[in-house]
Design a protein around this ligand. Structure first.
Ligand code: ADP
Ligand code: MG
Length: 565
C-alpha cells in the first residue's frame, strides 16, 4: 500500500500551527498563493495587503505587541524587496518578525539565466535581517520554522528572513516522515538572569545618586514587566522619562514623570538608569551638551554589546528586563535609594511651568487650525479611552503629538521608532487592530500617509475599527514653500493644496469627514470611534504651521548658498 503523501505547502502551515503562529500578513502571487489559501483553510488568519511593506510593518508590530514573531508573506523578487524595508525596520527596532518569501528556481537564479522574478533573496536579505535562512529540502521546513522563531525572539528580538523556493513548496513527501520532521519549539524566549554582582553594583550606584533618573525605552515596554517596573520606580521615588514607545508604561500623568522637564532632567542627572533604551541619536548618544559629562550610567539590556556603545556604562546589567526588574525589586531595601528632595522639587516645578505653557498653547484657537489646537482636541477625546491604540507618523505631526497626547496604558503608542521611518502608519494600524480587536487612531502627516495610503482599502475590506486622522497642511513639513527657480512646478516640499483625503475612503465604503476646527474634530473623532467602523478625517491645518524637519531640524543639512528666501 502506498503511503499517504503531503507537500511543502502543508508542512509550512503545520509547522506554524504547531508553534502558535496564528496570523499571516501578506500579499499573494506566484508562488505563495496556495500557501495563503491553505492557511485560511486550516484556521490561520490571513490578512491580505496592497503592498508588502505595509504587510511587513503589520507583522512587526504584531510581534512587538504579542512577543510572538509576526509573520509576513511575500512573493519573489520585487514583492520580497518591498517587504525588506519592514524587515530591516523590525531588526533595527527589535521587533520579532519572520518574512517568509517564495522564490524562483535556484538552479536558474544562481547561474543568472534570467528566471521569472530572479533574485538571490537570501543573500540580499542578510545585511538587513537578524538572520536569513533558505530551505532547500521540504523535509527541512519544520526545522527552518523552529530556527526562525528562535532567531526572531531570543536575545534582542529582530527580523528573520525565511526563503521558500517554489519547488520546495510544491514538492511532495511521505506524510509520516513529514509529521516527524516538525519541531515544536520549547521555551523560545529563555529567561536570561543577570548576575547578582551586576545587580548589586547597579543598586549601589543608584544609592549614591543625588539626582537619579530612570529612562524607559521600548525594550522595557516590549518586556511586559509593567507591574515590576512601576513598583521599582515608585519604591525608589526616582523620576522617570519614557522614550516615545514606552509612553504609558507608567501613565504620562504620573507624579514622577519628568517628561515635561526633559532637557533639565537629562542635563542635570548624576546617575541614569537605562531600562531597555539605547543611547542612540534619540538620546543625543548620551553625550554633552544634552547630558552632564560627569553622569554615571546603569544600563539594563539583553544585548551585551549594547553596553558601552556610545559612552561608558558604569553598571551594566545584562539580562532580560522581566528577570532583572524582579531581582532588583527583591534586593531593594527600604530607604536605600534616596533622591535629593531639591532635585525632585526642581523637576516638579519645571514640569508644572511647562505644563502651564502647554495648556496655553492648546487653548489658543487659531483659524486655520495649527498642530497644537488640533492635537489638543484629539487628546481630550482620548483622555478616557486608554485602550485605544495610537499610531503616529509624520514630522511636526509626530513630534508635537508625542508631547501633547498623554498615554495611560503600556504599548499603546506605536510610531516611527528608531529609524524615524515614514510608511508605518496603515501597517501598524492594521496589525494592532487585527491582533487586539481594539480601536486604533492613526494620526498621520499628509505626506506620511501617502506612503501607505492605499491600505485604507484593506482597512475597509476587513472592516477594522481604525480612524485615520490626516493632518493636512499641504506639504512635507509645511505647505507654503515656493519654487526657487520661479517656474510653475510646485516646490519639493509642497503637496496638493486642498486635497480631499476623506474622499479616498468613501471609494471603499468607509466614512470620510473633513474638519476645519478643533470642536468639529473632537466631535467627529468621538463619533467615528464609537461607530467601530473604518473612518478617515481630513483635518485641515494651516500650511504655514509646521517647521522644517519638525523637532530634528538640527539633523537637516542646509545649503549655505543664498538661494533661500
Ligand atoms: P527606545 O528607542 O525606546 O529608546 P531602543 O529600541 O533604542 O528603545 O532600545 C531598546 C533596547 O531594549 C534594546 O537595546 C534591546 O536590546 C533591549 N531589549 C529589548 N527587549 C528586551 C528584553 N526583553 N530584556 C532586556 N532588554 C531588552
Ligand atoms: Mg504635512
Amino acid at each position: 500500500m502506498p503511503n499517504e503523501m503531503t507537500d511543502g505547502f502543508h508542512l509550512v502551515i503545520e509547522a506554524m500551527k504547531l508553534n502558535g503562529l496564528d496570523t499571516i500578513f501578506g500579499v499573494v502571487g506566484i508562488p505563495v498563493t496556495d500557501l495563503a489559501r491553505l492557511a485560511q483553510a486550516e484556521g490561520i488568519r490571513y490578512i491580505g495587503f496592497r503592498h508588502e511593506q505595509s504587510a511587513g510593518h503589520a507583522a512587526a508590530i504584531a510581534g512587538y505587541l504579542t512577543q510572538k514573531p509576526g509573520v509576513c508573506l511575500t512573493v519573489s523578487a520585487p514583492g520580497f524587496l518591498n517587504g525588506m524595508v519592514a524587515l530591516a525596520n523590525a531588526t533595527i527596532n527589535g521587533f520579532p518578525m519572520i518574512q517568509i518569501s517564495g522564490s524562483s528556481d535556484r538552479a536558474i537564479v544562481d547561474l543568472q539565466q534570467g528566471d521569472y522574478e530572479e533574485l538571490d533573496q537570501m543573500n540580499a536579505a542578510k545585511p538587513y535581517a537578524k538572520a536569513a535562512y533558505r530551505v532547500n529540502r521540504p523535509a527541512d521546513i519544520g526545522i527552518s520554522i523552529a530556527r526562525s522563531i528562535r532567531a526572531a525572539l531570543s536575545g534582542r528580538p529582530g527580523g528573520v528572513y525565511l526563503d521558500l523556493p517554489a519547488d520546495v513548496l510544491s514538492a511532495s513527501l511521505d506524510a509520516d516522515a513529514a509529521a516527524r520532521s516538525l519541531v515544536r519549539v520549547v521555551d523560545p524566549v529563555p529567561r536570561q538572569i543577570p548576575a547578582p554582582q551586576a545587580l548589586e553594583r547597579a543598586l549601589d550606584l543608584l544609592a549614591q545618586a543625588q539626582r537619579p533618573l530612570i529612562i524607559l525605552g521600548k525594550g522595557a515596554a516590549y518586556a511586559q514587566a509593567d507591574a515590576d517596573i512601576r513598583e521599582f520606580i515608585e519604591k525608589t521615588a526616582v523620576p522617570f522619562l519614557p522614550m516615545s514607545m514606552a509612553k504609558g508604561l507608567l501613565p504620562d500623568d504620573h507624579p514622577q514623570s519628568a517628561a515635561a522637564a526633559r532637557s533639565y532632567a537629562l542635563a542635570q542627572a548624576d546617575v541614569v538608569m537605562l531600562i531597555g533604551a539605547r543611547l542612540n541619536w534619540l538620546l543625543g548618544h548620551g553625550k554633552s551638551p544634552q547630558w552632564s559629562a560627569a553622569a554615571r550610567f546603569i544600563q539594563i539590556d539583553i544585548a551585551p554589546t549594547e553596553i558601552d556603545s556610545n559612552r561608558p556604562i558604569a553598571a551594566p546589567v545584562v539580562g532580560d528586563i522581566a528577570s532583572s526588574m524582579a531581582a532588583l525589586l527583591a534586593m531593594l531595601k527600604p530607604g536605600r535609594i534616596k533622591p535629593d528632595s531639591l532635585w525632585l522639587r526642581e523637576i516638579d516645578q519645571r514640569r508644572q511651568r511647562n505644563a502651564e505653557r502647554m495648556r496655553e498653547r492648546l487653548a489658543a484657537n487659531p483659524s486655520p487650525m495649527d498642530f497644537y489646537s488640533a492635537l489638543g482636541a484629539i487628546a481630550r477625546v482620548l483622555e478616557d479611552k486608554p485602550d485605544v491604540y495610537l499610531v503616529n507618523e509624520g514630522a511636526n505631526t509626530l513630534d508635537i503629538a508625542r508631547n501633547v497626547i498623554d498615554m495611560r496604558a503600556p504599548r499603546k503608542r506605536l510610531d516611527c521608532g528608531t529609524w524615524g521611518v515614514m510608511g508605518i502608519g496603515m501597517g501598524f494600524a492594521i496589525g494592532a487592530a487585527t491582533i487586539s480587536g481594539k480601536p486604533v487612531v492613526a494620526i498621520e502627516g499628509d505626506s506620511a500617509f501617502g506612503f501607505s495610503g492605499m491600505e485604507i482599502e484593506t482597512i475597509c475590506r476587513y472592516q477594522l475599527p481604525i480612524v485615520v486622522v490626516i493632518f493636512n497642511n499641504g506639504g512635507v513639513y509645511r505647505g507654503d514653500d515656493v519654487n526657487r527657480g520661479g517656474g510653475a512646478d510646485p516646490a519639493p516640499t509642497v503637496l496638493m493644496k486642498q486635497a480631499h483625503y476623506e474622499k479616498l475612503i468613501e471609494a471603499f465604503g468607509g466614512a470620510g469627514y473633513q474638519v476645519t476646527d478643533p470642536q468639529a474634530l473632537a466631535t467627529t473623532l468621538a463619533a467615528a470611534l464609537a461607530s467601530g467602523k473604518p473612518a478617515l478625517i481630513n483635518c485641515v491645518i494651516d500650511p504655514t504651521a509646521g517647521t522644517e524637519s519638525g523637532h530634528i531640524g538640527n539633523l537637516n543639512p542646509q545649503s549655505a548658498i543664498a538661494f533661500r528666501n
